[in-house]
Design a protein. Structure first.
Length: 193
């Protein structure tokens, strides 16, 4: 098995036609409606039996010592390119010329006044280490909990279906699941003070 370092890789390309279907090609027909339907059904069965799907994806690794051409049949080129995204990022980080070009772009934008000093520092930091993105699932969960808390402490009403007391701005009743959304014919009945 050949082993080499990512430092030795100059370029990676993922190409190919992707999934192709060969065979089949039968066309059904016949005299009258019954004959036509029978002919089309038989042609459909023959096409299903004789058609073959193949995936053709080619990977070319250009290295310090030559080129390595590989065939991969389990993923289409676009899917494999996405799957290998981390490798492409690491390869780009190894290219100091690319990094210098990106830093120069940031400096030019700072000089033009397009970005602030804080933004320039942030963008340069991202060139050497991945960004620390907030956890979107946790953010959505915290928003949901805050909305529930506000609904609990807000005005109350009665569900017209089960007569339970619920938050006035509820979209659904937590007890009977009655819908009070935008197109619903029901609405929560406000409690009288």
């Amino acid at each position: 098995m050949a082993q080499f370092s990512l430092i030795e890789v100059a370029d990676i390309s993922v190409t190919g036609p992707g999934t192709t279907v060969t065979g089949g090609g039968f066309i059904g027909g016949g005299m009258g409606v019954d004959g036509a339907l029978t002919g089309m059904a038989i042609a459909g069965v023959l096409n299903a039996l004789t058609s073959q799907k193949t995936t053709q994806t080619f990977i070319v690794l250009t290295t310090n010592f030559g080129e390595l051409h590989l065939h991969y049949s389990l993923m289409e080129p676009a899917a494999l390119r996405l799957f290998l995204g981390g490798v492409f990022v690491r390869l780009r980080f190894l290219n100091t010329q690319w990094r210098h070009e990106r830093i120069q772009i940031i400096k030019d934008q700072l000089a033009n006044g397009t970005i602030s000093h804080e933004q320039a520092e942030l963008f340069e930091t991202r060139l050497s280490s991945p960004p620390d993105w907030p956890n979107s699932a946790a953010h959505v969960q915290s928003l949901r909990l805050e909305n529930e808390r506000l609904a609990e402490h807000g005005p109350k009403g009665t569900c017209p279906n089960c007569d339970k007391i619920i938050p006035l701005l509820s979209e659904t009743c937590p007890h009977c699941k009655a819908n009070f959304g935008e197109y619903a014919s029901w609405s929560v009945i406000p409690l009288k003070a």
